[in-house]
Design a protein around this ligand. Structure first.
Ligand SMILES: Nc1nc2c(ncn2[C@@H]2O[C@H](COP(=O)(O)OP(=O)(O)O)[C@@H](O)[C@H]2O)c(=O)[nH]1
Ligand SMILES: Nc1ncnc2c1ncn2[C@@H]1O[C@H](COP(=O)(O)OP(=O)(O)O)[C@@H](O)[C@H]1O
Length: 223
C-alpha cells in the first residue's frame, strides 16, 4: 500500500532499538522515503567530504554532531522533497533540532520504539552494516545469506566503529540526556506513539496497524 497523502513522520528510539529495521518495513509497506541521518553522515565519511571529516571524531566517540550543522543538513534535504512522504530516522535527536524541524513542518506522527538498554547492548555488538545502502544485519536475528556480504549487492559488510561496547555506552548516555527530552516535546504536541518490546517481529505488526489506521483516518478527514 502506498500512502494516499503526504505523510510526515519521525521514528525515534535508542541506538539499536530497531529504527533502521522497522523503517525498511515501513518503506516496503507504505512506500515512503526513508531519511536516515546516520546513513547520510556515514556516506559523507566514506566519500571523505568536508562534512565527513568534520563529523567523524564526534561519531567515533559516540557523541552527537552539533545541532546547527545537523539541522541545516536535514532541512536542506527535506526542501527537495516537498511532494514526497518521508520518514525521518535519527533526526531530531535534541530539543533544538526538534524545534528547527517544527518551524518548517507539521508532523503527522512520531513512532517511538521503547526497547530496554540491555537488549540493545547485545544487539549492537552483533550488527553488521552495508554502509552505502544502510542495510543492517544481525548474526542472530537476520543474518545475511552469505556471512559477511550484503544480500543485494554482494559487497562486504562492516561492523561500525561506534558499535564497540564502550562507544555504545556513550551513545546510550547521549540518548538519555539529549534525546529523551525530545519525547516529551512530541508528547506535549500529541503526536507521540510509543511501542514497547524486546523483539522487532512482535513490535512491527502494531506499528503497521497503527500506520494503516493513521493514513486511513487522515485520508477520510481530507475527503
Ligand atoms: N536479536 C534481535 N536483533 C534485532 C531485532 N531487531 C533488530 N535487530 C538487530 O539489531 C541491530 C540494531 O537494529 P537497527 O535497526 O540497526 O537499530 P537502530 O540503531 O535503531 O537503527 C541490527 O543488527 C538489527 O539487525 C530483534 O528483534 N532481535
Ligand atoms: N540528528 C543527529 N544529531 C547529532 N548527531 C547525529 C544525528 N544523527 C546521527 N548522528 C551521529 O551519528 C551517529 C550514528 O547515528 P545513527 O546511525 O542514527 O545510529 P543508531 O541508529 O545506531 O542510533 C550518532 O551517534 C551521532 O554521532
Amino acid at each position: 500500500m502506498v500512502a494516499q497523502r503526504i505523510l510526515r513522520a519521525v521514528i525515534m528510539g535508542p541506538p539499536g532499538s530497531g529504527k533502521g529495521t522497522v523503517s525498511a518495513r515501513i518503506v516496503k509497506s507504505f512506500g515512503v522515503k526513508h531519511i536516515s541521518s546516520g546513513d547520510i553522515l556515514r556516506a559523507n565519511i566514506k566519500q571523505q567530504t568536508e562534512l565527513g571529516l568534520l563529523v567523524r571524531s564526534c561519531m567515533d566517540q559516540g557523541q552527537l554532531v552539533p545541532d546547527g550543522l545537523m539541522s541545516r543538513l536535514i532541512l536542506k534535504d527535506l526542501k527537495s522533497m516537498e511532494h514526497i512522504s518521508w520518514l525521518l530516522d535519527g533526526f531530531p535527536r535534541t530539543v533544538s533540532q526538534a524545534e528547527a524541524l517544527d518551524q518548517a513542518y507539521t508532523l503527522d506522527t512520531v513512532i517511538n520504539l521503547n526497547v530496554p538498554f540491555q537488549t540493545i547492548k547485545e544487539r549492537l555488538t552483533s550488527r553488521w552494516t552495508h554502509i552505502s545502502s544502510g542495510r543492517v544485519y544481525n548474526t542472530d536475528f537476520n543474518p545475511p545469506k552469505v556471512p559477511g556480504f550484503d544480500d543485494v549487492t554482494g559487497e562486504p559488510l562492516v561492523q561500525r566503529d561506534d558499535d564497540k561496547p564502550d562507544t555504545v555506552t556513550q551513545r546510550l548516555k547521549a540518548y538519555e540526556t539529549q534525546t529523551q527530552p525530545v519525547l516529551e516535546f512530541y508528547r506535549s504536541k500529541g503526536v507521540l506513539k510509543t511501542f514497547t518490546g524486546t523483539e522487532t517481529n512482535k513490535i512491527w505488526p502494531h506499528v503497521e496497524e497503527f500506520l494503516h489506521q493513521r493514513i486511513f483516518l487522515d485520508s477520510q478527514r481530507a475527503a
